[in-house]
Design a protein around this ligand. Structure first.
Ligand SMILES: C[S@@+](CC[C@H](N)C(=O)[O-])C[C@H]1O[C@@H](n2cnc3c(N)ncnc32)[C@H](O)[C@@H]1O
Length: 252
């Protein structure tokens, strides 16, 4: 992928920010238990910088765990949704490659579904700089659970029909990438699902970067997916299965 198409995908969320806020899944409570266990630190009372905060899905849950969160989001559309959802939470318009915070300012730097949009050569040293010496960098992704045949088949169709498609497996490379930065890395995977309508599944899909950049060209792709899902789930509801992969890195 060229750097300009990567940049276009990274900015695509602003076009679909309202739909993103309305349709994207949350994260399971076990994720935050895992962040605490793998980092050996409590989120309660912790100072957290949540980077790529988007519409605030991860930020809200970190706050509910008792963390004092400052959000970082580069995109205007996503930041507007964030401000509407979480007006009391401080939000800084910046990106993970250049964090506007002092050295040692945070107990945690978190990336919910966002670290892959940064340049790791810059974003990891930046996270380590703004972390206290015993702080932790935590990043996680809700991945489609490909052990379900209908999900694997849908991903295969999307890969064929969408030029900017990114395979859902790329976060599996995260521990290897982090190994270059002299950090200790721990990971965990959590399986879960949510019950939603076929229409909500299609709304969620439409907020993925590779479909969001297509504009009106995404319509026939989504119409074809509606037909497939209507056949598979005639009552109009489905269990949307996820594996949430979390990686926590500490200074070694
Ligand atoms: C998939 S969304 C995740 C939003 C939110 N954290 C969540 O859990 O739903 C990815 C977010 O990363 C942001 N982003 C893109 N490039 C970024 C960068 N270089 N640094 C930080 N965030 C970035 C996008 O604007 C978008 O809001």
């Amino acid at each position: 992928m060229t750097s300009s198409s990567h940049a276009a995908l990274a900015r695509s969320f602003d076009r679909v920010a309202a739909e993103y806020a309305a349709s994207r899944p949350t994260y399971p409570p076990e994720l935050f238990d895992a962040v605490e266990e793998l980092s050996e630190r409590s989120l309660t009372g912790a100072t957290v910088i949540d980077v790529g905060a988007g519409t605030g899905i991860g930020t809200r849950l970190l706050g509910e765990r008792g963390a004092r969160v400052t959000a970082v989001e580069p995109g205007a559309g996503m930041a507007a949704q964030f401000g509407a959802a979480l007006p009391a939470v401080p939000l800084v318009r910046a990106d993970g490659n250049a964090l506007p915070f002092a050295d040692g300012a945070a107990d945690f730097v978190t990336y919910a579904q966002a670290w892959h949009w940064t340049d790791p050569a810059r974003s990891v040293p930046e996270a380590l700089r703004v972390l206290r010496p015993d702080g932790a960098l935590a990043m996680w992704w809700n991945m489609p659970d490909l052990s379900h045949r209908w999900i694997a088949a849908q991903e295969a169709r999307l890969a064929e029909r969408c030029a900017g498609y990114r395979p859902p497996g790329f976060p599996q490379t995260v521990p290897g990438l982090l190994a270059h930065f002299a950090v200790r890395v721990r990971t965990r995977s959590i399986r879960w699902s949510r019950r939603i309508t076929v229409d909500d599944r299609l709304r969620t899909l439409a907020t993925h970067s590779f479909l969001a950049v297509m504009g009106a060209a995404a319509d026939p792709v989504l119409r074809a997916e509606r037909e497939e899902l209507r056949t598979l789930f005639p009552d109009g509801t489905l269990d949307e299965p996820y594996v949430t992969n979390v990686t926590v890195a500490h200074r070694a």
